[in-house]
Design a protein around this ligand. Structure first.
Ligand code: ADE
Ligand code: ZN
Length: 341
């Protein structure tokens, strides 16, 4: 049997994506197109000019550009087109399940209604299921740089759409905005039946991860790189198998990690943590899922067995029903048996 390369192996293996901001999939070409049809000026003269600005020294420098980009999204069709573009792209990456973050406050603060945002995204996800066979769930994130009252208002706006939203999350500027600030709104969300997740330990300290677990009762930690600063925390996360959604290319672009060769992924795996690979904001960070897998595999010399383990983790860590998880794990194991030569 012909041996396939590690990149071919990665391309063909079924994957779930668990850390993906839909606003972070906004490719410059689509951004210019939507800005033009909405008559909104963009501060850059061309797609190339805009792409040159994608050099960030930290999370905040990225967020400033990311929010500016999202400001051209006005109509339901814009949110549909954004989501549909992501789905058609990752269909080619063999992503069969995706759990997508959206940031309603980025849009409602500009006068775009919650309904407009969620209808556009939801309709594209429905088409994704029907036409591409991609299952999906939605995670509504609160922007942590805004006050907690705004988060409560957003949760209230979401209640009529409960059946379309699986979980609530926490994103945006981490330092100075600890999970404890959002304890009350997360508690309300749990009472309403939402699962919870939170970005923690991307730039913020390991203490923020403890807060996310203990106060926000999260089922997953988004990023969580800084957990390695705290031996007790590593032990706890391993014992409880609380998944970390790791984003290699994001970590490089935002200088959370200086070089992929120094990425903590293997250390986390060796410590027995449930880790997954994800793309975060692929339009800004230089790659979608397969690039994230390929680049980290090459930097850390990952084996096909380790890639298989990471993709199995992506389904185990998902919010899919157990029967779907088991079905996907069996498929991945068959794929490995066929292609591990
Ligand atoms: N919003 C979009 N991407 C983010 C990230 N990597 N961290 C925090 N907030 C975000
Ligand atoms: Zn993120």
């Amino acid at each position: 049997m012909n041996q396939i390369s590690i990149n071919e192996f990665i391309a063909g293996i079924p994957k779930a994506e668990l850390h993906l901001h839909i606003e972070g999939t906004f490719e410059p070409e689509l951004m210019f197109k939507i800005a033009h049809r909405n008559n909104i000026p963009i501060n850059y003269s061309s797609v190339d000019d805009l792409k040159k600005a994608y050099n960030f020294n930290n999370l905040q420098e990225f967020l400033d550009i990311y929010y500016a980009g999202a400001s051209v999204l006005i109509k339901e069709q814009d949110f549909y087109d954004l989501t549909w573009a992501y789905l058609t792209k990752v269909h080619k990456h063999n992503i069969v399940h995706t759990e997508i973050f959206f940031d309603p406050q980025t849009h409602t603060d500009r006068g775009v209604s919650f309904e407009t945002v969620i209808h556009g995204i939801h309709n594209a996800l429905e088409d994704g299921k029907e036409k591409l066979g991609i299952s999906s769930q939605l995670i509504m994130c609160f922007l942590r740089h805004l006050d907690k009252e705004s988060a409560v208002k957003t949760l209230t706006q979401a209640l009529p759409y409960k059946k379309w939203i699986t979980a609530v999350g926490l994103d945006s500027s981490e330092l100075g905005n600890p999970p404890s600030k959002f304890e009350r709104v997360f508690s309300k969300a749990i009472d309403e039946g939402f699962i919870t997740v939170a970005h923690a330990g991307e730039e913020g300290p390991a203490d923020y991860i403890w807060e996310a677990v203990n106060l926000l009762k999260v089922s997953r930690i988004d990023h969580g790189n800084r957990s390695l600063d705290d031996d007790q925390l590593i032990k706890f996360l391993a014992e409880k198998q609380i998944p970390l959604t790791i984003c290699p290319l994001s970590n490089i672009k935002l200088k959370v990690v200086d070089d992929l060769k120094n990425h903590p992924l293997l250390e986390l795996m060796d410590a027995g943590l449930m880790v997954t690979i994800n793309s975060d904001d692929p339009a800004y960070f230089g790659g979608y899922m397969n690039e994230n897998y390929s680049r980290i595999a090459s930097a850390l010399k990952l084996s096909k067995k380790q890639i298989t383990e990471l993709t199995i983790n992506s389904f185990k860590s998902s919010f899919l029903p157990n029967s779907d998880k088991e079905k996907m794990i069996r498929k991945i194991e068959e794929y490995y048996q066929k292609n591990n030569n």
